[in-house]
Design a protein around this ligand. Structure first.
Ligand code: FES
Ligand SMILES: [Fe+2]
Length: 379
């Protein structure tokens, strides 16, 4: 199946009578489609990359690759979050390795050119006798950064519209979870060996819980639980899954409905938040290559929840639990990747228990088509 055929198939998801089918398997493996995604999806979408607690201090940074594009987000001396290209202006070595950390200055490891936290070159040795070189005009290029309720998003395209207005309904839904007052108690960065869409479609459904999380999540949110979804805009959709037994939050004042449901909120293409009682978990599934997905996330809680507790013990416990659940998903999704390259791989029929998967496919279709492709609204 060539790329045009794949995109034409995806366009059908935007129609009123879209078949409830999974993606054409070639969508997971086609190098040509991956190149188009790099441009049309990841080249111009808001990508959730961190929580602001990770970037609280001057010089704290998160460096990663967004669909093959090196990016660093850093808190500069003035307190502003900046999105910079870490690719050195001399001969292309990224000035910082992937990962999170803190620094006063970015020093390129290759020939030691130095850049300030705002990206401006501040030193380059043995360059004075090159008259064509103007150090004052030398700076790391910028990306767009937006912080929304503590979540840090980056966009490779600096001319895009802001994200905030698209998240208004999610913001209203999350009022009682008091996002701005939550603190990150644990975080993780992993790499899964699968195409990013295999990971994102999985995040959009609870149906797999009975297969991949039989002992961990199945008792609380069974795979057959009542599931409702909602599309807010091309950039945002949500899912609500009924708990087997309502939760009893300790700190947050939640309604009966909030106690009875797990809420998942999705920011196309990669970001998600799950609100569950006194806890909000964020997760971002960002491709670094066609078959590699960076998985960043964290657990947020109200400060009062952890008052008087050993922060380190809380962190370890939350990270161990996240590693358990993530491991279950990772093992499953790496197996799906193995199936996706089979000569017998075909599109499959979706269950009514996974309507969110179709919402994700719609977002994908729209992103791959013209920017003005019509958004069909509610599912
Ligand atoms: S490539 Fe960075 S200093 Fe040479
Ligand atoms: Fe899962």
């Amino acid at each position: 199946m060539d790329t045009e055929e794949i995109v034409a198939e995806l366009e059908r998801y935007l129609g009123p009578d879209a078949a409830e089918l999974s993606l054409p398997p070639a969508a997971f493996t086609s190098p040509e489609l991956w190149e188009i995604e790099r441009e049309r999806v990841f080249g111009r979408s808001w990508i959730l990359v961190a929580h602001a607690d990770e970037l609280a201090e001057t010089g704290s940074y998160v460096a990663l690759s967004v669909a093959g594009e090196p990016v660093v987000v850093v808190r500069d001396e003035g307190g502003t979050l900046r999105g910079l290209s870490p690719v050195c202006r001399h001969r292309l070595m990224p000035v910082v390795e992937e990962g999170a950390g803190r620094t006063d200055v970015f020093t390129c490891p290759y020939h030691l050119w130095r850049y300030g936290l705002d990206g401006q070159l501040i030193g380059a040795t043995h360059m004075k006798r090159n008259p064509a070189f103007d150090p004052s005009a030398c700076r790391l290029p910028r990306f767009a950064v937006e912080e929304w309720r503590g979540f840090v998003f980056v966009n490779l395209d600096t001319s895009v519209e802001p994200l905030g207005p698209h998240l208004r309904r999610i913001d209203e839904n999350l009022t009682n979870y008091r996002l701005s007052e939550l603190t990150q108690v644990a975080g993780w960065t992993e790499e899964w060996h699968c195409n990013w869409k295999i990971a994102v479609e999985n995040a959009h459904e609870n149906y797999h819980v009975m297969g991949l999380h039989p002992e961990t999540l199945q008792p609380t949110t069974p795979g057959g639980a009542e599931t409702r979804v909602r599309a807010d805009s091309p950039w945002a959709d949500s899912m609500r899954v009924r708990y087997a037994t309502p939760l009893e939050p300790v700190v947050l004042d939640l309604t009966e409905e909030e106690r009875s449901h797990l809420y998942g909120f999705f920011v196309f293409p990669s970001g998600s938040l799950a609100a569950s009682g006194d806890m909000v978990i964020w997760l971002s599934l960002i491709p670094s290559a066609i078959d590699r997905t960076l998985v960043r996330g964290g657990v947020l809680m109200p400060a009062a929840m952890i008052e008087g507790q050993d922060r380190e013990a809380v962190r370890k416990e939350a990270e161990a639990y996240a590693a358990l659940i993530n491991g279950e998903d990772q093992r499953g999704l790496e197996e799906v990747q193995r199936g996706a390259v089979s000569r017998f791989a075909e599109r499959g029929h979706l269950s009514p228990k996974e309507p969110g998967v179709l919402l994700f496919y719609r977002g994908l279709a729209r992103a791959l088509l013209r920017e003005d492709a019509e958004w069909p609204g509610e599912l």
